[in-house]
Design a protein around this ligand. Structure first.
Ligand SMILES: C[S@@+](CC[C@H](N)C(=O)[O-])C[C@H]1O[C@@H](n2cnc3c(N)ncnc32)[C@H](O)[C@@H]1O
Length: 269
């Protein structure tokens, strides 16, 4: 695996000065076509750090594999390459190949229209702007998958989730990458206080209690939007998946957050 990655990097370095970008992209797209179901290879081919720098591809395959042949709408925050207009875009092309019927949308604070291609569309804006995110959503419709690989600043990750998760399609999946910044002060994170801090990981961990909101013994408790619409959460090294759906299976014993036997419909089967 390491040898083939190094060979690909050597190949890329030789190609860059020799070929115009359009021809290089054609060659990479052809290589990618042969590896289309293998996300790790696609990440290598398109130079995305989702395999190599990070080890996310295996988790993405586990969570996205069943949807691969569906016409998914995927929105990724963070196109890559920062202020260099033609840099980045690797993960957008990777997703386009992985989801052959997918529509892939990218958001970045910098202009990335150089990456607009068949089934790829980019938007320029700030991931923390509710107006901007709602405008994109109105244009593309509810995304089935959102991936936050943007600024990774803790307050941005939380704010973006609060705006975009409600706009996600029913049964959609929201992914937060690079949660290591939850522990890093330069991103607004901290390592010395893992509970009760305004970090992205504390915010996400807190949501897990909401999965069981129907079991709380808290008479008068009003479930939040997230309590009612998150059905599962999956935590990995630096990566979190949050599934959207109706979280209303009901409790075996608790009714209206009252102690067992005391709720409005207590005693009914
Ligand atoms: C880590 S890179 C994305 C890499 C890409 N997703 C990939 O896998 O190849 C992060 C990108 O987020 C963008 N970004 C930073 N702050 C942002 C913000 N507030 N809103 C939108 N994009 C932002 C940066 O310009 C940069 O291009």
């Amino acid at each position: 695996m390491k040898e083939s990655a190094e060979a690909l990097e050597r190949f890329r370095k030789i190609l860059r000065p020799l070929m115009p970008q359009s021809l290089r992209r054609l060659l990479l797209n052809t290589m990618a076509w042969f590896a289309s179901g293998d996300l790790a290879s696609l990440a290598r081919i398109y130079d995305s750090d989702k395999w190599g720098g990070h080890w996310y591809a295996k988790h993405y395959e586990r969570h996205f594999g069943a949807r691969r042949r569906k016409p998914v709408k995927l929105l990724e925050i963070g196109i890559g390459g920062y202020d260099r207009p033609t840099s980045g875009g690797g993960s957008l092309r990777m997703w386009r190949t992985y989801f052959p019927k997918g529509r892939i949308y990218g958001i970045d604070i910098y202009d990335k229209t150089a990456h607009d291609e068949d089934r790829i569309r980019t938007y320029r804006g700030d991931q923390t702007s509710a107006d901007f995110l709602r405008r994109v959503n109105a244009e593309i419709g509810a995304p089935d998958i959102v991936i936050d690989d943007g600024s990774h600043r803790n307050e941005h990750v939380i704010k973006t989730f609060q705006i975009l998760f409600p706009l996600l399609a029913e049964n959609g999946i929201y992914v937060v990458e690079d949660t290591q910044t939850s522990y890093w002060p330069e991103y607004g994170g901290r390592s010395d206080q893992l509970d009760g801090a305004s970090t992205s990981m504390f915010f996400l961990k807190k949501l897990t209690d909401g999965l069981n909101h129907e079991e709380f013994i808290l008479p008068g408790y009003t479930p939040s939007y997230f309590d009612q619409n998150i059905v599962s959460m999956h935590f990995y090294h630096n990566l979190v998946f949050i599934y959207k759906g109706s979280n209303n299976e009901g409790s075996v014993e608790i009714r209206q957050n009252m102690p067992p036997g005391q709720g409005a419909s207590a005693g009914r089967p």
